[in-house]
Design a protein around this ligand. Structure first.
Ligand code: F6P
Length: 319
């Protein structure tokens, strides 16, 4: 049976709107209708939907967030919620779904495909860049650039006042954002979930540096490993130097997507529609040597190992 109508579900991060646009316009180009599911999997459970056409995705390519809105849908984790979601799919005559989001969204997509035989393609979009076998998720590049811009501003004060700053970045259990921001921002130290750290050793380095005239330190802390506020207290107690902490938080998830993320959104979006129309299901879009490819959703939601040691060594070498 040919695919005539598909649904889109999203989480939020920079580049999601550009992805919605790419999916809608690619589908319309192939004569396929599109229904936007509002508020993520909650909208699928509650039949909260909105038809999308070429015009409804005009002027959104540069906007952060998601025009479809999103929410955490704990009900979808239970069978009852999944059955309600299935009813919405049937009621709206959806022949397939495209799910755009991070680990939780892709896990939901896998449940629908695996347990209920719904044709589903996932598009990886999260600032965390923690999707297994996906080199780049939509939103991660923007998050790094937003965090870097903030860090550059913090450096102005750190240098002027000769202070130690601890800058906490997001990323769930993945140190991707922290490592990139620390290297690009010329930081002295980075603390990530993938690597053990020794706070006493860091304090020794700071004290030694201080003795040699180095008085500004910026330490990037990944939220998945430690709290900047806790480390700030310990460092100031041990070194007797003035410290400050900054939590960058949700600013990293918003804002206009970078060109990199918009291009990724266009490529992933069109490829996902093509895959669905070609009867592929339970798959996640990825890149292999910059070529678009598909991997099983089951693989995509497994834990991702990222390269840490070469980045860490370079950060320390350039300090
Ligand atoms: O997964 C994206 C992310 O921004 C993580 O980096 C962060 O830990 C989490 O979401 C924050 O979630 P919430 O917006 O629900 O507080």
């Amino acid at each position: 049976m040919a695919i005539k109508k598909i649904g889109i579900i999203t989480r939020d991060c920079a580049g999601i709107n550009a992805t919605i646009r790419a999916v809608v316009r690619s589908a319309v180009h192939c004569g396929v209708g599109v229904l936007g599911i509002k508020r993520g999997f909650s909208g699928l459970i509650e039949n909260d939907v909105q038809p999308l056409d070429r015009c409804s995705v005009s002027g959104i390519v540069n906007h952060g967030g998601t025009i479809l809105k999103t929410a955490r849908a704990t009900e979808f984790k239970r069978k009852q919620g999944q059955i309600k979601a299935l009813r919405t799919i049937q009621k709206n005559a959806l022949d397939g779904l495209i799910v755009i989001g991070g680990n939780g969204s892709l896990a939901g997509a896998h449940t629908l495909a695996d347990k209920y035989s719904v044709p589903v393609i996932g598009i990886p979009a999260t600032i965390d860049n923690d999707i297994n076998q996906v080199p780049m998720t939509i939103g991660a590049d923007t998050a790094v650039n937003v965090a870097l811009e903030a860090l550059d501003k913090i450096r102005d004060t750190a240098t002027s006042l000769e202070r130690i700053f601890l800058v906490e970045v997001m990323g769930r259990a993945c140190g991707y954002i922290a490592l990139r921001v620390a290297l690009a921002g010329g930081c002295e130290e980075v603390i990530v979930p993938e690597k053990q750290f020794d706070i006493k050793k860091i304090c020794k380095e700071i004290t030694k540096g201080y003795g040699q005239g180095k008085i500004t330190w910026i330490i990037v802390v990944a939220e998945g490993k430690a709290r900047a506020a806790d480390l700030s207290k310990i460092i100031s107690k041990i070194t007797k130097l003035e410290t400050r902490e900054v939590v960058l938080g949700h600013i990293q998830r918003g804002g206009a997507p970078t060109a990199f993320d918009r291009i990724l959104a266009a490529r992933y979006g069109q490829f996902a529609v093509n895959a669905l129309l070609n009867k592929k299901t339970d798959k996640c879009v990825t890149l292999k040597n910059d070529n678009l490819a598909l991997i099983p959703l089951k693989t995509a939601i497994e834990k991702k190992d990222i390269e840490v040691s070469s980045y860490y060594k370079l950060i320390k070498l350039l300090t």
